[in-house]
Design a protein. Structure first.
Length: 404
């Protein structure tokens, strides 16, 4: 029994040292060896191997982890043993265990998890994310959160490290009593979020929820490790908001490390190779993936994006989505900072670019129109006249000396 607990205690001591050193710890829910490998190199303190991570990498919603597309435990056992266990060298890997699987014996399966080299378990997929009539029907059949508590208790007794997802105070108390090593308040499925009023309210509600749950945990075990996962928390600035004036000790992320960066980067790198004149691609990607915090960052990004994509069907909605902002918030911010609307700025940029091209090359006007984002020359001509006071043809006549 002593040897079993030694490894578990070693992990807890390691995490406590990280908390004392860095104030907070970080867990990454991974669906591939690549994610796990580079998360470890980036400083992650432990890895969760979850079935939803695998589905994310297939281009499918994390919700697929709750549907009968595949056996959850089989999926995790297969990819984690082949990819994650061999790749991760120094930090613990926890198995995302579907404890309500009626085809397994928890004692035997947890023994198998330990034998395969996993340092611990996490109760995922969890009944805690299911509600309504479906939840009631599951519980009537004995498919309950109590089975997840039982799994955590068994794993803890067998010397495995345990990360417990909880969704309310009652579940947190049960998991503390089951000797969970980490209580992680699951705030719901990770969403893209925005920095508008809706997100602020969501973060406030999430913070209140986490604080209330952790207050209950502290009554039973003030030394237990307390973390958060998911919901509206998807940027470093969100995590810092959750940390401020609370006893939260860390954050676990899944989509924020796999789905969101992959989506954004792949879309833009594909566009970059398609548009070979996009020489500033690296800077653009860096801005997206590093995260943007200040209003100046948002404005500079928007201006840069227009300069790279003015020839396309560029819209405010598209930019707002990339920045995880609401359209109305970005529109108001842009007009406040620039003095004109996004649409007016885009039109001015296109027309000024058209004039630059006119001065450099003798090209048909319809070609120039297409080059600056107006495949319909009639539309281009009308907009040009509205903003420049003359038609494109008359502009050329009036400026013959400066135009080749």
């Amino acid at each position: 029994m002593g040897d079993k607990q030694n490894k578990k205690n070693a992990i807890k001591n390691y995490l406590k040292k990280q908390i004392n050193k860095n104030r907070y710890i970080l867990g990454v829910a991974a669906g591939s060896g690549m994610t796990a490998k580079y998360a470890e190199q980036g400083g992650a303190d432990f890895i969760l191997a979850l079935n939803s991570g695998r589905f994310r990498l297939m281009g499918v919603s994390s919700l697929a982890g709750f549907l009968p597309y595949a056996n959850s435990n089989d999926v995790v056992m297969d990819f984690a043993c082949k990819e994650i266990i061999p790749m991760v060298k120094k930090i613990p890997v926890c198995f995302g265990l579907c404890a309500t699987d009626p085809t397994i014996d928890l004692h035997d399966y947890i023994d198998l998890i330990k034998k395969k080299g996993f340092a611990g378990i996490n109760n995922y997929p969890s009944i805690g994310l299911v509600d309504g009539l479906f939840r009631e029907a599951l519980e009537e059949q004995g498919i309950t959160y109590d089975k997840e508590v039982e799994a955590i208790r068994i794993a803890s007794e067998k010397g495995l490290f345990t990360v417990a997802f909880v969704f309310n105070e009652e579940q947190a108390i049960s998991m503390v009593e089951a000797s969970a090593d980490i209580i992680c308040v699951h705030l719901g499925l990770t969403n893209g979020g925005s920095l508008g009023a809706k997100k602020i309210l969501s973060l406030q509600a999430a913070k209140r929820m986490a604080v209330n749950i952790f207050n209950e945990c502290n009554e039973l075990n003030p030394n237990i490790i307390k973390m958060i996962y998911g919901g509206p928390v998807n940027k470093p600035i969100d995590v810092q908001y959750m940390y401020d004036d609370t006893t939260i000790m860390g954050y676990i992320g899944g989509s924020v490390f796999e789905r969101i960066p992959n989506e954004q980067t792949l879309i833009h790198i594909t566009k970059s190779f398609k548009q070979t004149n996009d020489f500033q691609f690296d800077e653009l990607i860096g801005k997206i993936t590093d995260g943007l915090g200040s209003q100046d960052d948002y404005i500079n990004f928007t201006k840069k994006y227009i300069s790279l994509h003015y020839m396309d069907e560029t819209s405010l909605n598209e930019v707002a989505e990339l920045l995880n902002l609401s359209r109305s918030y970005l529109s108001t911010l842009f007009k406040k900072e620039m003095g004109i609307s996004f649409t007016q700025y885009l039109i001015n940029f296109r027309l000024n670019r058209a004039i630059e091209i006119l001065k450099l090359e003798k090209l048909p006007l319809n070609n120039i129109a297409e080059m600056v984002g107006y495949p319909d020359y009639t539309q281009f001509s009308k907009i040009f006249k509205k903003y420049k006071g003359v038609s494109p043809k008359n502009y050329i006549k009036n400026n013959e000396e400066t135009i080749l």
